[in-house]
Design a protein around this ligand. Structure first.
Ligand code: GCU
Length: 429
């Protein structure tokens, strides 16, 4: 992520320019720790995913599924991501189908309207399917930072847009939005060659990503003008996750897609988003989370890299979460959940945590520890855990049902990571 890289660069320059030890590793005035010896003992206060709030031990898959899993979902709703309304709005679709990628693939451009009003929030989903498919195909859904016409360089893909935070208006997407520096065309073709479909969407179609974006996104459909969600109600990550579930509703209606075999991926804040989406929506079959970090797969109780305090600081991202989450910036040990429980909510489904060896801000190691702790839930459900407690070297994937892969490099999904994702989909989708 360019934004993140620029931020890291500024931080590094700031660090080099100062000799003051406290100012050295600080973000919004809050120290950022990169010293393992000061990361604290997260295990001392980590909630056990297999002990109910009333102290009962969870020893069967049924108990997990019927009691503990719903209990943990509720805790995440109340304290981190917020509940979303049970009532659905009326959703409708428009599908345009032709050939794309130089005529090599079936291309569908589906617009999902989140309300009867077509001027209201809607998401454009760009879907590629193998031309030679004889029936419904499994598919990877990519939740992206860029509009579809920027994600690929395929003529005929509808122009997408960005939200301008200052003017609160939409502006046409531009090629410089693609900060990853590569287009997904060739990646998509590799998925299609293996019999998978590939879909992509731009997350801010669902709701703009800035404070106040709520007025222009899906949450506005449920609020009176000026009304704010209650402290335990949905933040922006929940709004995006809710939108993803509506895309799942569409997949179920598309006869060319096998909606029981949908994998999902997203990077960074979108890694956090897809994990919460998959925790809530068990129709999502496989999870590939990329550098989800704090508020995603990294243990929050570890004081290493970004912390909840940094996330919810008022000039940063408190609006991603339920207002209640901000309480835990000051004392994370009071939070009744942690990231290992988010990973556990994905069990028994395959879940690969992809991180970066130099992505210390996201605490790649903290994601590994989280997977270790979630392992007991995978084991209870008869699935394989990581199979090790030793952090693998970079570029050595663990392709277990609960998997881990640390690429050599930073905070991004590298072109080569897609090969790992494809291999994982071949094994599990
Ligand atoms: C910020 C935020 C991270 C997040 C990242 C991103 O850096 O602090 O938690 O992962 O943005 O989504 O790019």
């Amino acid at each position: 992520m360019k934004r993140y890289l620029i931020f890291s660069l500024l931080l590094t320059v700031a660090m080099a320019a100062t000799s003051n030890a406290t100012a050295q590793n600080a973000l919004v005035g809050i120290p950022v720790n990169y010293d393992e010896s000061k990361a604290g003992d997260y295990k001392a206060t980590l909630p056990d995913p297999l002990i109910m709030l009333d102290g009962t031990k969870v020893t069967t898959a049924k108990q997990w599924e019927k009691k503990r899993r719903p209990e943990i979902i509720k805790l995440f709703e109340e304290h981190q991501h917020g509940k979303w309304p049970a009532k659905k709005t009326k959703i409708h679709y428009n599908v345009e189908e032709d050939l794309g990628l130089g005529g090599s693939a079936v291309r569908k451009q589906t617009t999902i309207y989140f309300s009867p009003n077509e001027d209201g929030p809607k998401v454009d989903v760009l879907i590629y399917l193998p031309k030679e498919a004889k029936g419904p195909v499994p598919l990877l859904l990519n939740v992206s930072f860029t509009a579809n016409n920027i994600t690929v360089s395929d003529p005929g893909v509808k122009e997408g847009y960005n939200w301008d935070e200052k003017t609160k208006t939409k502006t046409p997407a531009k090629s410089s939005d693609n900060t990853e520096g590569f287009k997904l065309d060739e990646t998509i073709k590799r998925f299609l060659n293996e019999g998978f479909g590939f879909a992509t969407l731009h997350y801010t179609d669902i709701e703009p990503d800035f404070l106040g974006g709520i007025s222009y996104g899906v949450r506005s459909l449920y609020l009176k003008p000026g009304e704010e969600p209650a402290a335990d109600e949905w933040g922006a990550i929940s709004a995006w996750a809710w939108g993803i579930s509506r895309v799942m509703d569409y997949f179920e209606k598309d006869p060319d897609i096998d909606a029981k075999r949908i994998a999902i991926t997203g990077l960074s804040r979108l890694g956090k988003t897809i994990m919460w989406a998959a925790a809530r929506d068990q129709r999502i079959a496989v999870v590939l989370s990329s550098c989800s970090g704090e508020g995603g797969a990294a243990i929050s109780r570890r004081n290493f890299g970004e912390t909840i305090g940094h996330l919810v600081e008022k000039t940063r991202f408190p609006y991603w979460y339920a207002a209640n989450y901000s309480k835990y910036g000051a004392d994370v040990t009071k939070l009744p959940v942690d990231a290992h429980m988010l990973v556990a909510l994905i069990a028994p489904r395959p879940c690969l945590l992809q991180t970066g060896s130099t992505d210390n801000f996201s605490d790649s190691k903290g994601e590994f520890y989280s997977a270790i702790e979630a392992g007991k839930v995978y084991r209870l459900l008869g699935k394989d855990d990581l199979g090790t407690t030793e952090l693998p070297k970079p570029n050595q994937p663990i392709y277990h049902t609960l998997g881990y892969f640390m690429h050599e490099g930073g905070h991004t999904t590298l072109p080569t990571d897609w090969n790992i994702f494809l291999e994982y989909c071949k094994r599990y989708l």
